[in-house]
Design a protein around this ligand. Structure first.
Ligand code: APR
Length: 239
């Protein structure tokens, strides 16, 4: 890339597919999380009110798994892209639907978790959101207000409002390049980002197979993220 070119604002959206090769299950694959648990049982506010212990067990198992996995080449390629893009004066934002910590552990900094994070908790008593390691349960006490029994995963459940939408909307407004990685395009508002930017941005899908929104993208590179993401980043940074 010629250094005199003004870089377009770059927004990258990721989904479960970018973490699949690190060993974390996706949601809608045949062996995915929503084929072993029902969303209605573990990922809605009603489910938490009805059976909080079952919801805690679902997220405790996923949080414990984080200790056994590591970022992969796709996560690391996005860190290189972020650093180079910013060094060359471009705006960069990584928006992830994932609640795992692999982007942060890879070194991503300009990143927003729009569906929350496994290693964070929220107190229903005082409203505090705080880091959380290890299991969470119906008797867990809030480290800030000390109230026991009112701590929930800081995860956006179905029917709840995704996080950081104002900041994400501003980044989409100014973006000239939108790259979607490892997401099936089933869940809104993330699935609607490409439609929102396609009249002003170059849109690229990097996914194992065509997503639900594939027809809305200018370009697509299909294959495993650990192959297609580093290749795309290398191509983008040398132009
Ligand atoms: N490399 C690239 N893409 C992959 C890989 C891989 N190794 N493995 C799977 N994929 C792709 C699949 O083809 C699929 O299109 O990743 C996508 C994963 O789709 P989903 O399982 O639906 O996950 P995601 O799109 O992240 O789900 C969005 O739904 O349930 C909610 O909150 C949850 O954030 C999640 C949201």
């Amino acid at each position: 890339m010629r250094s005199t070119d003004a870089l377009p604002g770059l927004v990258v959206l990721t989904g479960a597919g970018i973490s699949q090769e690190s060993g974390l299950a996706t949601f809608r694959a045949t062996d995915g999380l929503w084929h072993t648990e029902r969303i209605e049982d573990v990922a809605t506010p009603q489910a938490f009110r009805r059976d909080p212990a079952r919801v805690h067990a679902f997220y405790n198992a996923r949080r414990a798994q984080l200790d056994a996995v590591a970022p992969n080449a796709a996560h690391l390629a996005l860190v290189e892209l972020e650093r180079e893009w910013v060094a060359r004066g471009g705006d960069f934002l990584l928006v992830t639907q994932n609640v795992d910590d692999l982007h942060a552990r890879a070194g991503s900094e300009r990143m927003l978790h729009m569906h929350g994070a496994l290693r964070r908790a929220r107190c229903l008593g005082c409203g505090a959101t705080l880091g959380w390691q290890g299991d969470m349960g119906v008797d867990s006490a809030c480290p800030r207000c000390r109230r026991a029994g009112g701590v929930r995963p800081d995860i956006v459940w179905f029917g709840e409002v995704p996080m950081h939408m104002a900041e994400i909307g501003a980044a989409l407004e100014g973006c000239g390049l939108f790259v979607s990685i490892g997401t099936s395009g089933h869940v809104y508002p993330a699935a609607g980002f490409v439609a929102a930017v396609r009249d002003r941005a170059r849109t690229v899908e990097l996914n194992l197979e065509p997503s639900n929104g594939a027809a809305l993208f200018d370009e697509a590179r299909h294959g495993p993220a650990t192959r297609v993401v580093p290749a795309f980043v290398a191509e983008l940074l040398v132009r």
